[in-house]
Design a protein around this ligand. Structure first.
Ligand code: SF4
Length: 370
């Protein structure tokens, strides 16, 4: 926790005062206990005037319209465009962070686009996006902003997607996911040691979020595991992860194994070999999971979707591009009629691989209030 000059921000909704005079942030399982002027570990929440404030409300690290497959979500409105944005900071400290320029940002506030919820929804509609994704860092730490945007989006028929590490406390979790239609949750490894040593976090809290999504919500969710050579790619660990998903979440939750590239504090760790990803996929399929994917590598076979009944390829994919579509109008296999889990429409979208950065709001330090 760090001290600071006066913190400008909007009041947070999840915190309480402690008897010893500190104020505890209740957004994530770190439960930072702060004195006046201190910031929490995520750096974007801090205590000002005896309450917790969010200093990044209305401030984005940039907007882009992407394919939904890039989140990654393979079973949620395939082929459709999604307006993506994030803010700055993060509540995890992953040494392998692949977005560290955003997640570790300290001085971005003044450089970022200022955008109100309505402006973001206007841009999503103008750009033809079907959904808005709260991504790049993690909607957990910009919860109040994400929820206000999501609320405005829902009112105008735009759906909401969270891309998150799932490291969130119970009440905040309920608030965030109430407004989400879909999510991709990072399951970064499957040992407490991995989470503790590389992310200073706890695996158990992430598993709780996954079970919560399954048990208590109708949010469509998929899981991503970045396989890092020598750290979480042992077949036994991958097998334990897959068995847990199968037992606790069921066979229909899609699982993505993606390739690590050397980044941030792990520049000496090599790229993930393609073979590691295909082996992990084989392990997951053998465990009974029906929809398992490889990502960040050339592997059309491992990126396509297959009928869980007859094995026919129902959606062909090459990276983020849909190359074949063999689903009926109601999401069934054309060959045998078996249902395929997911949220599908009669036809796939045609956005393709495009990535279209857009500008919203203005590049100055305009302050937005909810
Ligand atoms: S969101 Fe998490 S890391 Fe940030 S201040 Fe709150 S408890 Fe601390």
């Amino acid at each position: 926790m760090t001290g600071d000059m006066r913190l400008e921000g909007v009041p947070g909704r999840h915190w309480h005062a402690l008897e010893d005079g500190r104020v505890q942030c209740d957004v994530c399982p770190r439960y930072c206990k702060l004195r006046e002027g201190q910031r929490g570990l995520c750096f974007v929440r801090g205590r000002q005037d005896n309450q917790i404030v969010l200093t990044t409300y209305g401030r984005s690290s940039g907007f882009c319209i992407d394919p939904i497959e890039k989140k990654p979500l393979n079973h949620y409105l395939p082929g459709t465009p999604v307006l993506s944005f994030g803010t700055a900071g993060c509540n995890l400290t992953c040494k392998f962070c692949q977005n560290w320029d955003i997640s570790k940002a300290r001085e971005m506030d003044r450089l970022m686009d200022a955008a109100s919820p309505d402006e973001i929804v206007d841009a999503a509609i103008a750009g033809g996006a079907r959904s808005i994704a709260y991504t790049y860092n993690d909607p957990v730490i910009f919860l109040e902003y994400a929820v206000d945007v999501a609320r405005a989006a829902r009112a105008r028929g735009i759906r909401n997607v969270a891309v998150t590490a799932g490291y969130i406390a119970p009440a905040a979790r309920e608030e965030l996911f109430r407004w989400m239609n879909a999510a991709n949750v990072d399951l970064k490894g499957f040992t407490e040691t991995f989470y503790k040593r590389l992310c200073t976090a706890q695996l158990g809290a992430v598993l709780e979020t996954l079970e919560y999504l399954k048990r208590e919500t109708t949010v469509w969710f998929e899981i991503t595991t970045l396989l890092i050579p020598g750290h979480n790619d042992r077949p036994q660990e991958v097998g334990a992860l897959c068995d847990w998903v199968m037992t606790r979440l069921g066979p229909d939750v899609p699982l993505h194994f993606t390739a690590f590239h050397p980044d941030y504090k792990m520049l000496d760790t090599p790229h993930t070999p393609r073979r590691t990803l295909t082996t992990a996929r084989d392990i997951a399929l053998a465990a009974g999971l029906r929809y398992v994917y490889t990502g960040n590598v050339d592997d059309e076979l491992g990126q396509s979707t297959y009928c869980p009944n007859c094995g026919a390829r129902v959606i062909g994919r090459d990276w983020y591009e849909i190359t074949a579509w063999n689903l009926t109008r109601d999401g069934r296999c054309h060959a045998c009629g078996a249902g395929v889990a997911g949220v599908f429409e009669a036809r796939p979208g045609v956005w393709g691989q495009r990535r279209a950065p857009i500008r919203i709001g203005s590049k100055h330090d305009r302050t937005l209030a909810p």
